[in-house]
Write a new protein. Structure first.
Length: 147
């Protein structure tokens, strides 16, 4: 069978993700790789309260992944994510080949709620440094000249 590109949205256990974000999120590419797939993009989407409880979970960490895998491996892959105790729910959809590049690029550039928070935090960190650089020349101009 041919390799197709899929979009996977995974709701991860927020408590486990909070304790070990790298360990929990790295399981997704590992499972895909074990089934002969390649990950094109994988990132945190957002963490939010669920619309309704799933088992004992009221919050979930949403993880977005684009990957390429043979179509005959999808049933096994779905089953592996159902058995994974870190994945609360998963949804995997086949992506139309003509929009794959745009979706992957969109995922890699990082738009979404978490990306907006990161950009705001970086801007906040950069603002004080820029303000200090503006003040230093003013102070140097006020100093008396040495003889």
């Amino acid at each position: 069978m041919a390799e197709n590109v899929y979009e996977g949205m995974f709701i991860l256990d927020s408590n486990k993700y909070g304790r070990d974000p790298v360990g929990v999120s790295s399981q997704i590419p590992e499972v895909i790789g074990q089934h002969g797939g390649t990950v094109l993009a994988s990132r945190l989407w957002e963490e939010r309260r669920l619309a309704f409880p799933i088992g004992a979970h009221r919050k979930g960490t949403y993880w977005l992944t684009y990957f390429k895998v043979n179509a005959d491996q999808m049933a096994t892959l779905r089953r592996q994510f159902q058995l994974n105790e870190n994945v609360v729910r998963s949804l995997m959809l086949k992506v139309e080949p003509r929009i794959v590049d745009a979706l992957v690029q969109h995922a890699l550039t990082g738009t979404g709620p978490v990306a907006e928070q990161r950009r705001a935090a970086k801007a906040a960190e950069a603002a004080p440094a820029a303000a200090v650089e503006e003040i230093i020349p003013e102070i140097e101009g006020d100093l008396p000249e040495a003889v």
